[in-house]
Design a protein around this ligand. Structure first.
Ligand code: NAD
Length: 340
């Protein structure tokens, strides 16, 4: 029997996780929750998803728009094993009580605090610790991207310290309200940024400090990393480590991938759904050891890098697969994510 997954919050992350779950053999979507009728709700219906509303009050609005609704979130929870909560954040406590009431496991996203579940997840770094858990939080897009590279470097060479500057996309491409249109915003001005402590919610022993700047782009985040390693190593050895990781894609400016724009074009040309790039895009030719320290650039597709992690979190929490590496392989294969 397939694991029954509910999606609460069918926006940027929720709709992608829904499709990724559908691609897996061992899980299925039993319904998605929308607050308001929209084109996304209509497409969800066309895809065969049952739509539920966040509360009874919303049902009338859906009826007026002639979008069929199967009930409320509470009705959906009666038939689910696990819910992926991809609501915008800050509704965590309220929904957690509801999931507990219905005996349904819950996965939140990076917009919620670590304290909500007391456990933050990354597929490669701590799959085992998620086994059988009732509640977990898949960390944000930026933290997921940082944990993937730092975990692999730490395993191979030991990370003495990491200093990272994050150039953040300021809004998702479908967002018509958020700026800046023409500015760079140190965010937060008071340093360091929260990304370092968030990495520590998964990798507590890594000495990391981060600063972030909001930039006038919607495509991807760009990270500039400076890492001091415990063991001396060469650039080729770093490349070797990244090549073996399941969710790191090495690219090169020699292939004319010199920007986030071209990295996104690559995802489209690969035939990815919605043009998604689930893996970290690391510039192979940016990797350099200078004065004994490692430097490189990576780009992170904020809309999609956490999607495979959500699938693995489901598998671990429901104990569909006890081995993290096997889960990652299953998820990657089902999505068509074959890198390097
Ligand atoms: P979004 O705004 O695109 O989607 C959220 C969806 O939830 C919308 O469809 C909205 O209508 C719905 N919603 C709002 N209030 C609700 C409620 N009370 N009950 C049920 N549904 C409700 O947001 P998103 O970008 O998908 O973000 C979701 C979560 O994922 C957040 O925690 C965010 O921090 C995290 N996240 C976002 C990104 C990103 O770049 N977009 C990346 C990684 C993680």
């Amino acid at each position: 029997m397939k694991t029954k997954v509910a999606i609460n919050g069918y926006g940027t992350i929720g709709k992608r996780v829904a499709d990724a779950v559908c691609a897996q053999e061992d899980m299925e979507i039993v319904g998605i929750v929308k607050t308001r009728p929209s084109f996304e709700a209509r497409i969800a219906l066309e895809k065969g998803f049952d739509i539920f509303t966040a509360s009874k009050e919303n049902i009338e609005e859906f009826k007026k728009s002639k979008i069929e609704v199967s009930g409320t979130l509470e009705d959906l929870l009666k038939n689910a094993d696990i819910v992926v909560d991809a609501t915008p954040g800050d509704t965590g406590e309220e929904y957690k009580k509801l999931y507990e009431k219905h005996g349904v496991k819950g996965i939140w996203q990076g917009g919620e605090e670590h304290e909500l579940t007391g456990f933050s997840f990354n597929s490669e770094a701590n799959y085992n610790e998620a086994l059988g858990r009732d509640f977990a939080r898949v960390v944000s897009c930026n933290t997921t991207g940082l944990v993937r590279v730092l975990y692999s470097l730490d395993n191979a060479f030991g990370v003495k310290k990491a200093r990272v500057t994050l150039m953040r996309r300021s809004a998702d491409p479908n967002d018509i309200k958020t700026g800046p249109i023409n500015a760079l915003i140190p965010d937060p001005i008071k340093l360091p940024s929260h990304h370092g402590p968030d990495v520590n919610s998964i990798l507590p022993d890594i000495d990391i400090t981060t600063m972030a700047v909001k930039t006038s782009t919607t495509l991807m985040h760009l990270h500039a990393l400076n890492v001091e390693l415990k063991k001396t190593c060469t650039e080729d050895e770093i490349i070797n480590v990244f090549e073996k990781r399941p969710r790191i894609r090495l690219v090169s400016s020699k292939d004319r991938i010199k920007s986030t724009a071209e990295a996104m074009e690559l995802a489209k040309d690969l035939g990815r759904p919605r043009g998604d790039m689930w893996e970290n895009v690391v510039w192979k030719d940016s990797i350099v050891i200078n004065k004994g320290e490692l430097y490189f650039f990576q780009a992170i597709h904020q809309e999609s890098d956490v999607v495979p992690e959500n699938v693995d979190a489901i598998r671990a929490m429901v104990e569909l697969e006890k081995n993290g590496e096997r889960s990652i392989l299953k998820t990657n294969r089902a999505l068509g994510l074959h890198v390097n």
